[in-house]
Design a protein. Structure first.
Length: 396
């Protein structure tokens, strides 16, 4: 083939290839331009988003900074508040404790005040007796509770059961009885002993009393009585007499028996050993019986009472002895012989430091001697009782 034809064909092929390449490049440029335009638009959108995000970040950072500041301020205030709370809590605990103590003290004071008002009213009864103020005694019997009233022997002897339903009729008869008891030109009262004992809602008063009465003709007679009165709490500081007994059947002999027993109690407390010996040691055999420790046993005969009880136990082993009387009673077979019981709380402190608190019945057997005084021939120290055992025998 001629070389010229070959060149022509080659040129034509190159031309066609160039044309095709140009079309290809043009297509790629168009695609690239479209991609560029899309990318440019995306870049613009992304730039806007970035700017918005940057703005939001700045705003959020500002909020964060403010919150951190507020948090730090709140943390400081919390710390201060917690310290204040801790201090206040401690003050509250102290105040609560003081309030509880004050409340308990108020309750105790209120109870003591009520008790004291009962004691005062019981003492008032004996004061009214000394003043012959019978109307005030009658007034104290008026109330919601039944009343037992008794005067055992003339004058004025009577027994009444006063209740709210019969008070309007019985109170007049009761008043006549107590007035008859004091129906003398003049009456002088001598209180040998008065015991006041509050227990629960009751207050017991008991007195050993001698009266010197002047008759219309000017002569004087002496009468003796055990006056027992029990008051019951109504409300607040108001008390009512629920038991009133005048045992005027006793004579000077029974009066002196009780007086002797109370003297022995006092001599034991004060360690008046000389007088104690003169009352316990005499022509009749004597014993001392103690029911429970620390000196449980039966001390007899009289020589043992003197050597062991009077000369050893009381002065050398017992540092202090006190007896709070609650109530006393007497039983007797004659004017020459009888037994006096004194109930109460016995407190003993020994020299070795031991202490004893015992509910006790001090029981004294007595015999009249020819010279007119009583010898205590037996002392029963029944110191194994309970409080309730004593309470059950009290009149109310």
């Amino acid at each position: 083939m001629d070389i010229k034809y070959v060149l022509v064909i080659l040129i034509i092929v190159l031309f066609v290839v160039n044309i095709a390449f140009i079309f290809y490049l043009n297509s790629e440029v168009t695609t690239l331009q479209s991609a560029y335009n899309t990318l440019y638009m995306d870049y613009g959108s992304l730039s806007n988003l970035y700017n918005n995000l940057k703005s939001n970040y700045s705003t959020l950072y500002s909020y964060y900074t403010s919150i951190v500041s507020d948090y730090n301020s709140l943390a400081s205030k919390y710390t201060t508040l917690y310290i204040d709370y801790t201090n206040l809590s401690a003050k509250y605990a102290t105040l609560s404790s003081e309030y509880n103590n004050l409340s308990q003290a108020y309750s105790n004071l209120s109870n003591n005040y009520i008790t004291l008002s009962g004691v005062a009213d019981a003492l008032s009864v004996f004061n009214y007796l000394s003043q012959i103020n019978t109307q005030s005694i009658e007034n104290m019997m008026i109330g919601p509770y039944p009343v037992f009233y008794q005067i055992t022997s003339p004058p004025g002897n009577a027994t009444f059961y006063l209740t709210p339903s019969n008070a309007s009729t019985v109170i007049g008869e009761l008043g006549a009885s107590i007035s008859a008891f004091f129906d003398y030109i003049s009456v002088r009262e001598f209180d040998r002993a008065v015991i006041i004992f509050p227990f629960g809602n009751y207050t017991l008063g008991e007195g050993l009393i001698a009266f010197q009465d002047t008759l219309a003709n000017g002569s004087i007679i002496n009468t003796y009585a055990i006056v027992t009165v029990t008051l019951r709490h109504i409300n607040s500081t108001n008390w009512q007499i629920v038991y009133f007994k005048v045992d005027n059947a006793i004579s000077q002999y029974q009066y002196r028996m009780i007086e002797t027993a109370l003297t022995v109690v006092q001599d034991m407390e004060t360690k008046n050993l000389g007088q104690l010996q003169s009352i316990l040691i005499g022509p009749y055999p004597t014993y001392v019986y103690i029911a429970s420790p620390p000196y449980m046993g039966n001390y007899t005969p009289s020589t043992v009472v003197l050597s062991n009880f009077i000369d050893t136990i009381l002065p050398k082993e017992i540092k202090s002895l006190s007896f709070e009387p609650y109530y006393f009673s007497i039983s007797y077979t004659s004017n020459e012989q009888g037994t006096v019981s004194v109930y109460g709380e016995l407190n003993i402190i020994l020299y070795n430091g031991s202490t004893y608190t015992e509910y006790t019945n001090l029981q004294f057997n007595e015999v009249l001697l020819p010279q007119g005084v009583f010898q205590v021939t037996g002392v029963n120290i029944i110191n194994d009782l309970t409080f309730n055992q004593i309470i059950t025998i009290l009149p109310r």
